[in-house]
Design a protein around this ligand. Structure first.
Ligand code: UD2
Length: 388
């Protein structure tokens, strides 16, 4: 077991009741004084009801990583601490409030060392319907968070998105690629991402923006929750699995435990004032995904096609070299293993489990993709390299 990378800190997770935020809380709460600010509009208190398997997320930084606490107390690769060190009861302090409310934020952030800003209205469709409303939550509130962090002299790790790129000119898409968001949501995330970097430059605030690709895992639910959770639900009920368009579009699916690990790296790196892609460097077509999910469930669902989604991005795949180089971040969970564990974990009750997905010993970025496919053949058809 490795030592926790972040320990004995006062940490605020905005949106801590949500899909990614609650996994982050789970990783941090045994070792830190964790606060959650959430209005529970899409997240839930159930997501925070028990700490399950923190050991696979808040682990020590690699040698490429500067370490968050150089004044002692924080975990370093050589620290003796392990999960047996947990000195906190694993329960975060919950502040039930809206991220757009400056008073609630002020209360939640008082005295914190570190803020993980995960709160957002994640529905791209809703941002199209109500751009100003989503702007308030996704951008105005992010500025409140950045200003509050300045007051507290706290580091901030912010959830950005692959949506900042819009339709990429080439794949894999690197952080220096053209940013041309196609939705208000993407515009808001791009502005957040740029504010984060400028706050570092202008005010010397340690910030890191993480551009998530297609995250998936337990507790991802609801109408805008993502294709994997939708397919899983359809396969479980033996309903038709609905592919939008021809299914040849591709995505870079990254397991939530890897997203959490990227956040931990971002919180401990010296390379602040930057944005990093958080993906695997691999891509999977939606058609292959449908088969993968159906096989994992053992379902007899037919796979059907319906109209393509207007404005859908055709292909998306992260260039992960910057995160690997600067953060020492490599993903550990392959898609097949991630889906199988998701099927097992959510079989009875959404997201409650003590069995994390099987991790690969190696990262599974572009360089390792071929090797990984030889070691762990996918049930679904191999990817078509010509699609890039
Ligand atoms: C993801 C993010 C979004 C934004 C965007 C950036 C999620 C849930 N959304 O949107 O927040 O960051 O990336 O580019 O991660 N599909 C089907 N059938 C279904 C549902 C979806 O075929 O029932 C297709 C859909 O048309 C698309 C793909 O699956 O081609 C992925 O859809 P998604 O909604 O999971 O995520 P995406 O990439 O649109």
């Amino acid at each position: 077991m490795t030592s926790p990378a972040i320990r004995d800190r006062t940490v605020l997770v905005t949106g801590g009741g949500g899909f990614i935020g609650s996994h982050l809380v789970e990783a941090l709460a045994p070792y830190n004084d964790v606060r959650v600010l959430d209005n529970f509009s899409t997240g839930s208190r159930d997501n925070l009801s028990s700490v399950t398997s923190p050991q696979w997320t808040n682990d020590a930084p690699t040698s490429a990583d500067g370490g968050f606490d150089d004044a002692g107390g924080g975990g370093d690769a050589g620290d003796a601490g392990d999960a047996g060190d947990a000195r906190y009861d694993g329960s975060p302090t919950i502040i039930d409030g809206d991220i757009t409310d400056p008073m609630a934020l002020q209360r939640a952030a008082r005295g914190v060392d570190l803020i993980f800003h995960q709160a957002a209205l994640v529905s791209v469709a809703k941002s199209v319907d109500a751009p100003r409303r989503s702007n308030e939550t996704n951008l105005d509130a992010s500025l409140l968070v950045l200003d509050q962090a300045r007051q507290e002299d706290a580091r901030v790790v912010l959830a950005s998105s692959a949506a900042v790129y819009g339709h990429p000119d080439e794949l894999p898409v690197s952080e220096t690629a053209r940013t041309e968001p196609t939705s208000p949501y993407g515009i808001q995330k791009l502005a957040l991402d740029q504010y984060a970097r400028r706050y570092h430059e202008l005010y010397d605030l340690p910030t890191v923006a993480l551009r998530y690709f297609n995250a998936y895992g337990p507790r991802q639910q609801g109408p805008y929750s993502g294709v994997i959770s939708t397919f899983l639900e359809q396969a479980r009920s033996d309903d038709p699995i609905t592919i939008e368009g021809d299914g040849e579009q591709t995505r870079d699916f990254v397991h939530v435990s890897d997203v959490v690990r990227a956040n931990i790296r971002a919180a401990t790196t010296d390379a602040v004032g930057e944005a990093y892609n958080v993906g695997t460097g691999d891509r999977t077509s939606i058609r292959d995904l449908a088969e993968l999910v159906r096989d994992a469930v053992g379902s007899s669902s037919p796979i059907v096609h319906r109209e393509p989604r207007p404005g859908d991005i055709r292909h998306s795949r992260a260039d992960v070299s910057k995160a690997s180089r600067e953060l020492g971040f490599e993903t550990r969970v392959g898609l097949e293993s991630g889906i199988r564990s998701l099927v097992a974990e959510t079989g009875s009750e959404q997201g409650r489990s003590t069995s994390p997905p099987q991790e690969q010993g190696q990262g599974q970025g572009q360089g390792q993709q071929q090797q990984q496919q030889q070691q762990q053949p996918l049930t679904a058809r191999p990817e078509r390299q010509s699609q890039d």
